[in-house]
Every structure is written in C-alpha cells, then in structure tokens.
Design a binder for this molecule. Structure first.
Ligand code: PHE
Ligand code: NA
Length: 446
C-alpha cells in the first residue's frame, strides 16, 4: 500500500465533506432525544464542553493521522507506527474503528429508513390536520410493523452502498454544497416558527438554564459519547477523509468550522423540537420518536406546512445519507486493504450491516423483549454502547497515537498550524483530552 496522490478538489470541498459526515441524524434526531432523556440544559452544557475539550482536539488528531499517512486508516496507522519505531499493532485501531461504525450503521440505517417513510407520508399529505396524539399513535403503529421497518432499512442501505461501491463519495461535496445551506434555511424557519409558540420560553429555559445538580454521571457519559458521535470522531472514519486533505489547508480551522456548523444544527433543531414539546404538553424524555412526532406537528401549523415537511424530510434524508456513506467507508477500505475488490468489499459490508440492522428493525415488534445485555434490546444496545463507549475508546487511542507515538515533526507538519498552534494542540490532547476521556470511561465502568 502506497501513499495516495489524490486530493479533495479544494479546501472548501474538504470542509464540506467532513461537514457531510458530521451533520446527520446525530444533530436532528439523536441530540434532542438524548438531551430530552438527560435533563436538557445539564446535558447541553456538558456536551458543548466535551466538544470543545475533547471533540475538536481529537478530531484534529484523527484527520492529522490520515493526512500524514495518506492511506486508509489501517495503512496510515501501520506506516506511521513503523516510522516512529512503534508497534505495528497500532494498525488494529483501524479495525476497531471499522467494527464500531459497523454497529452504528446498523441502527443508523433503520432510523434513516424512518425518514424515508415520513418523507413519503408527508408528500401523501398524511399529516394534514393531524393532532399530536394522532401523529404519535401513527408512529407507534409504524414502528411495530416489522415489514415496513425492513423495507425502509433495506432501501436506505441500498442507496448508501451503491454510492460506496461506485467509489464516488468524493463526488458528494457538490451535493453538500447545496444541501447544507438549504438545511440551515429550513431549520431557521422552524426556529422562527418555534419563537411564536407558547412553548418557546419554556424550551429556551429548559435547554439553556442548567441546574448543576442535574449533572449526574449518566449525563456526563452520554454527553461525552454524543460529542464524539455528532462530530463523527473516534471510529477512524475522518482519518479516511484526511488522507485526501490538501497540503496547504489549516486543519484546526477546518475542525473548528465543522464543529460550529454541527453544534448550530443541533441547537436549531433542539429549539424547534422542544418548543413543540412544551407547547403540546409532551414529555421531553419521549425517546427515539421525539423528532418524528414533534416536527410534523410543528410544520402542520405553518403555511404550506405539508410541502415544507416533505422538503425537511428530504433534506434530513440527504444529510443522513452523506453521514452513512462516511460510516461505511472505513469498513470497505479495511476489507480492500485485506485484498478484496471494491464491489465485493462493499457487498460484504452491506450484507453484514443489513443483517445486524434486522435485529434493530425488529426491536420495536417481534424482538422487543429479546434483551441480551443490561436489560436492553438490540436497538437500545447498538444505539448506546458503540457511541457512548467504543467511540470515546477509539478516540482516546487515536489521540494517544497522534500526540505521544507519532514522530513530532510528522505530526507538526500534518497539523499545519505553526509552532504555537502545535504546542497548544498537543498540550490540550495530552493533558486534557486523554485524561478526561479515560476518567469518564473508567467511571462509566465502575
Ligand atoms: N456524525 C454523524 C451524525 O451526527 C454520525 C457519525 C458517527 C458519522 C460516526 C460517522 C462516524 O449523524
Ligand atoms: Na453530527
């Protein structure tokens, strides 16, 4: 395996690609529902702190490794370890990342399938004049229908894997270029609408006014996991994108830009969703259905509501699609490193993800009571353990590799931030990000 000479077409293209990976279900679906289950403002505060202290520095570490190695994750880690005279076993971190995204993609695809269903339902006008109770009941019925769950999951995975098989992930930056501004526009429109509802004041207070006693160990563990998840950090997925990063681009600036875009999408959707929650007297801790039940109600009140709802689900679907493509990439790259052809590797990954995803798809019906671990069913397990435990674990190992193992000069050059920038990044990673992640991970186990 030799270094790739391929590069993203421009600096902007790289930022768009990473934003495409970052902005997805994590911002619009997962953030509101996890925040809702973890006390709102208490969660938001800790999550933003973790994005700044861990997420951004570790994201830089991850991209930096890819940029210095110019290979797939396992290849880059192996080559850089050899250069540093360190153990070649570091390359297994790439495999661990691939296993993590394997689990994540299995439930991600099922939930993205819900967006397909809701897109079709809104185009068909099924939400016209529906009350909160009706939308909620409709969602429950849909969840409990195993056939529909499998159908949408399959459709989404086919959509994703065909792009991956064609190897055109890099062509998607143009899609992101169009998608991101539209998504913003629509979320801003929603947030403005939210400001006119009775629930707005309560929602703001609930999201932004933390009571410090609400910051429990559970909240901290979930906030850390979500900080990694939302930035797409900790699974070597961004490492793969870093391999094509232009030489003259500032990595810190790119990472901060992506994090700011990512957080603002989450905040806008949080404001919109919780305004509806409080205006309708719903429970913020409603769970995974939160977004799917609240947003149809919000749009129903807008002029041209059905149209905007359709547009929204279309944009959401495209945003999750670009994230899912990034989730699949490290697995396919890993199999390719093992000598498989692109199409065969993609088919194998797709089949595996599809099979594991079936267990999630059935977790709301036939397999609801199949609870192999911790009293959780498969959907609850794969949507919590890989984001909350595997991503931070992968992230901390990535950080150790970049800040302690890699030769200083190589890391310095790949960060591209000058002497002071490098010293600051290295200091934060070594003395803040790594110890903090370890402490939270250890306390999660105890
Ligand atoms: N960041 C994506 C989201 O918020 C999820 C993701 C996680 C993508 C890990 C790639 C790798 O939806
Ligand atoms: Na995200």
């Amino acid at each position: 395996m030799s270094e790739t000479l391929e590069r993203w077409g421009s600096k902007r293209a790289f930022i768009l690609a990473v934003t495409g990976a970052a902005v997805g279900l994590g911002n619009i679906w997962r953030f509101p529902y996890i925040a809702g289950e973890n006390g709102g403002a208490a969660f938001l505060l800790v999550y933003v702190a973790f994005v700044l202290l861990l997420g951004i520095p570790v994201m830089m570490a991850e991209i930096l490794i890819g940029r210095a190695g110019r290979r797939g994750p396992m290849g880059s880690l192996g080559a850089l370890a050899a250069e540093a005279g360190a153990s070649r076993h570091w390359r297994w971190l790439g495999l661990f990342g691939a296993l993590t995204v394997f689990c994540i993609l299995s439930f991600y695809s099922v939930v993205s399938g819900w967006s397909i269903e809701f897109l079709v339902a809104s185009v068909n006008g099924q939400f016209n004049g529906a009350t909160a109770a009706e939308v909620g009941a409709g969602f429950e019925t849909f969840l409990a229908n195993p056939g529909l769950q499998v159908f949408n999951h399959t459709l989404f995975l086919l959509m994703t894997m065909s792009v991956v098989a064609a190897g055109v992930a890099k062509g998607l930056e143009r899609l992101n270029n169009l998608l991101m501004p539209l998504l913003y526009l629509l979320l801003i429109l929603l947030a403005v609408y939210a400001a006119t509802t009775e629930g707005f004041g309560t929602a703001l207070k609930w999201l932004f006014w933390p009571s410090f006693s609400a910051i429990t160990l559970d909240v901290v563990v979930h906030a850390m996991g979500h900080a990694f998840f939302t930035l797409a950090v900790g699974a070597c997925a961004l490492m793969a994108y870093g391999a094509y990063m232009p030489d003259d681009q500032s990595l810190p600036r790119a990472a901060v830009t992506v994090a700011v875009l990512d957080i603002s999408v989450a905040l806008l959707s949080g404001i919109a969703i919780f305004s509806v929650v409080f205006a309708q007297g719903m429970d913020p801790a409603e769970g995974p259905g939160l977004m799917f039940v609240t947003l149809p109600i919000a749009f129903a009140e807008l002029p041209w509501g059905a149209f905007w709802l359709g547009v929204f689900f279309l944009l959401l679907l495209l945003a999750t699609w670009t994230s899912a493509i990034n989730l699949a990439e490290p697995m396919v790259a890993t199999l390719q490193d093992m000598g498989l052809g692109r199409v065969r590797a993609t088919s194998l990954v797709g089949l595996g993800v599809w099979l594991l995803g079936l267990l999630s798809a059935f977790s709301f019906s036939t397999l609801e009571d199949f609870r192999p671990l911790l009293g959780r069913n498969v959907f609850e397990l794969v949507s919590s353990i890989p984001p909350d435990i595997f991503l931070p674990l992968g992230g901390v190992l990535t950080a150790i590799f970049a800040a302690w193992v890699m030769p200083r000069a190589t890391a310095h050059k790949a960060l591209g931030a000058g002497d002071r920038g490098f010293a600051l990044w290295q200091g934060v990673v070594r003395w803040v990000a790594i110890p903090l992640t370890f402490v939270v991970l250890l306390s999660a186990f105890i």
